[in-house]
Design a protein around this ligand. Structure first.
Ligand code: ATP
Length: 335
């Protein structure tokens, strides 16, 4: 293999730059050239590309975002778009493509593979941690750290004012950020997509839990972590409802895109570095249509399709501890 294409796609994730750097350095190590496409799949269609040499990726790993830009590209879902992208890749004599992104980006990679003969390797770059086959995705650890930090700060004021706070975090389809940040910050309640799907919470259950928790602990603060899109109108509407209907002083806080910025955590920089190198070594080994993942410290290859068709469940032990031991709805009898 001589020439590798690389792109970052979908929502940006802290550590994407570190992954890009690793891809470029590893490719150089093995005597391969790298061409980066800007703005994800859009760049493949627009022929928006530039060569990437080691000098171009020096000192980028400490920054979030992505220096080659990311984008969502609806048109890439069309057959003609994949055919166009394949023709553009062939015209540039590209032998393999590394796609750094989330499940949507991997679907895009699979879609492209139906029309292009080159090798395609996915690198899991998303804060959501919702890709099967890797212990963590690049960006997840940083997002949890930012959410935890925000929850700690909210706790200070919540405690001072004896208030209920609802902190809205990212994770529309997966509650990993919600559960981990709640656990790390000692939040009293989580409203997560997986739990809502199973048994949606009602406002009266929430109020009962707040009252119960306050009764057990004496007056105090109550911090709830709400994954986005899990309550009609989100944290603002839920806070208004609790104040208006139940006279509970309650404030919303939306973390939004803050969760994707700032310095990537050491764990994300290291994971991105290992997986970027792994992606190039998989190309060298002749593998295609897999994601470069990490399981128990070992780099592995997971069929692309499995990464979105199979699901990682939420950590049941964390859920048990949060619900039954730390924040029980009912007082459990001593055994
Ligand atoms: P994140 O969830 O972290 O934002 P993602 O990679 O899942 O990242 P998406 O917006 O879902 O983000 O997908 C990124 C891009 O991948 C889309 O804008 C589109 O170009 C392409 N894509 C997604 N799904 C498909 C599909 N079924 N077929 C072809 N291309 C797709």
């Amino acid at each position: 293999v001589q020439r590798i294409g690389v792109l970052t796609s979908g929502g940006d994730a802290p550590g994407m730059n570190a992954a890009l750097r690793a891809v470029v350095l590893a490719a150089d190590h093995y005597g391969m050239e790298v061409i980066a496409f800007r703005h994800g799949y859009q760049g493949l269609l627009d022929n928006d590309h530039a060569p990437m040499r080691p000098a171009d990726v020096m000192h980028i790993l400490q920054y979030s975002g992505t220096v080659i830009k990311s984008a969502r590209c609806q048109r890439f879902k069309e057959v003609e778009a994949a055919q166009e992208a394949a023709a553009n890749l062939d015209a540039l004599s590209i032998d393999a493509l590394v796609v750094i992104g989330g499940d949507g980006s991997f679907r895009g990679a699979e879609h492209l593979s139906a029309h292009w003969d080159g090798q395609i390797i996915g690198v899991p770059g998303t804060i959501d941690n919702d890709l099967f086959g890797t212990d963590a995705t690049i960006g997840y650890a940083t997002a949890v750290h930012i959410a935890m930090d925000a929850l700690d700060k909210i706790r200070d004021t919540a405690d001072a004012m004896d208030r209920v706070f609802i902190v809205e975090v990212m994770g529309r389809y997966a509650g990993f950020i919600g559960l981990s940040s709640a656990m790390a910050a000692g939040a009293e309640r989580m409203i997560l997509p997986e739990l809502q799907k199973e048994k949606p919470l009602t406002i009266s259950t929430i109020v009962k839990h707040i009252e119960r928790t306050n009764a057990i602990r004496g007056e105090g603060s109550y911090v709830m972590v709400l994954s986005e899109h899990q309550w009609p109108g989100g944290a603002v509407a839920l806070a208004e409802q609790l104040e208006a209907e139940y006279h509970l002083p309650c404030r919303p806080c939306l973390l939004g895109h803050i969760q994707r910025g700032g310095p990537p955590s050491p764990a994300d920089r290291i994971l991105a570095s290992e997986l970027g190198v792994h992606a190039i070594e998989l190309i060298r080994d002749g593998v295609t249509k897999v994601m470069a993942g990490m399981q128990a410290g070992t780099p592995i290859a997971v069929p692309l399709r499995d990464t979105w068709e199979k699901k990682n469940p939420l950590d049941s032990n964390l859920l048990r501890i949060q619900h039954e031991i730390f924040n029980p709805v009912k007082k459990t009898p001593r055994t």
